[in-house]
Design a protein around this ligand. Structure first.
Ligand code: PLP
Length: 384
């Protein structure tokens, strides 16, 4: 399906709403039925019905069609946060006594999910360095039901070979799931590489304007239906129609925004690499990146988030540099119009800072939609 068709037309039945170009926000909790027979059918199969907005809603359904098509998937579910799009399917697909192999250093709340939350239900996990498929293979046990990936992650950008992992998982009948927030559907297509379920924080690139929190999960119809029928309806993570509408609006410009920030990241990382005060720059499409070959093989482009370290990595120097930035904002999240910075040290107690640990030294920057030179000027004066 052509990208322009997906973003501009798919799912939009304009003749049903006065031929308006922009779809309506169907702000309703429930839907009516003319006959008991119709009502009975909807109650019997809510997945294919419009019954109650904790399940499906017409504004959300436009979004589901577009998001599924973007991932090359059969179906999609939209959630009120990215982490719900990760935790709900895992709760749906794993049971007491099951085990998951998880890549190390995924998103912080994913770590908490596997370390603190899932053990309450008797589900265990082993974290492994996923840059070698062998490490994943060695961690598989007879009760392993899921291999959970995040490629690249969003602080140090380690990748997994998605094709190799999916081949391994298929040979053993194990489900695979990936957090694809960093690349998004335009720069990485995990389903075409054999991954079963793709989760993303739509708060980031898909929404793109830092004004909503949302998540998406895509996969085949059978899996999505199973997740919907029980955990999705029981936990209740539906997105509001208004936020869904904002997400549809965000998608219209997804290719433009991705391309712009990808180009900016190329320029800014190249500039940082040459700066005398900078030690290391980590970005999957940097020629010197450790897994650059794999990144070029399985990604069609690169997210615009990267990390770097200062040559003088004392807490004092990192703090002064970040405090001096005037336009690049200090905040969590990423994927919006505004460029952002987070130093690792903001999350580490001063007494625990380990100068020899590169993960402690990292300063993560997200390049938004500003002009590359505008960002470089800000970095330059702060590095001074
Ligand atoms: C932000 C983020 C999430 C969680 O998404 P929310 O929308 O904040 O719930 C998951 N994974 C990655 C990589 C993220 O950056």
């Amino acid at each position: 399906m052509e990208l322009s068709y997906i973003l501009n037309e798919l799912g939009e039945e304009r003749e049903n709403y006065f031929n308006a170009v922009s779809p309506p926000i169907i702000q309703t909790s429930n839907f009516t039925f003319k006959t008991v027979a119709d009502f009975r059918q909807a109650l019997g199969n809510e997945f294919d019905a419009m019954l109650y907005s904790r399940g499906h809603n017409p504004t959300l359904n436009i979004l589901r069609k577009k998001l599924a098509a973007l991932d090359g998937a059969e179906d999609a579910l939209v959630f009120s946060s990215g982490i719900a799009a990760i935790s709900v399917p895992i709760l749906a697909l794993l049971q007491q006594g099951d085990h998951a192999v998880v890549v190390e250093n995924p998103y912080s709340w994913t770590i908490k999910l596997f370390n603190d939350f899932l053990p309450k239900f008797g589900i265990s996990a082993t974290f492994v360095d996923g840059s070698e498929v062998k490490n994943i293979e060695n961690a598989i046990r007879p009760n392993t039901k899921l291999i959970y990936l995040e490629s690249p992650n969003t602080f140090s950008y380690e990748l997994q070979d998605l094709k190799a992992v999916s081949n391994l998982a298929k040979s053993k009948g194990i489900l695979t799931m990936i957090d694809n927030s960093y690349c998004g559907p335009l720069y990485q297509q995990p389903i075409s590489l054999g991954i079963d379920l793709v989760a993303q924080s739509a708060t980031k690139y898909l929404g793109g304007h830092s004004d909503i929190v949302a998540g998406v999960l895509t996969g085949n119809k059978e899996l999505i239906n199973k997740i919907f029928d029980n955990e999705f309806m029981n936990i209740g993570p539906a997105l509001s129609p208004h936020s869904a509408w904002l997400l549809i609006r965000g998608l219209r410009t997804l290719p433009l925004r991705m391309q712009r920030s990808f180009e900016t990241a190329k320029i800014v990382t190249a500039w940082l690499e040459k700066h005398p005060a900078i030690d290391k720059v980590l970005w999957p499409f940097s020629p010197g990146f450790k897994q650059s070959q794999l990144a070029q093989k399985q990604m069609q482009g690169c997210g615009s988030m990267f990390s770097f370290t200062l040559k003088d990595s004392s807490i004092q120097k990192i703090e002064t540099f970040c405090d001096k930035l005037q336009h690049i904002l200090m905040a969590v999240s990423w994927g919006g119009h505004e460029s952002l910075i987070i130093p690792s040290i903001a999350g580490i107690a001063k007494k625990d800072y380990d100068k020899s640990n590169i993960r402690h030294q990292l300063i993560r920057m997200y390049a938004g939609l500003e002009d590359a030179n505008y960002l470089i000027k800000d970095l330059e004066q702060a590095l001074e």
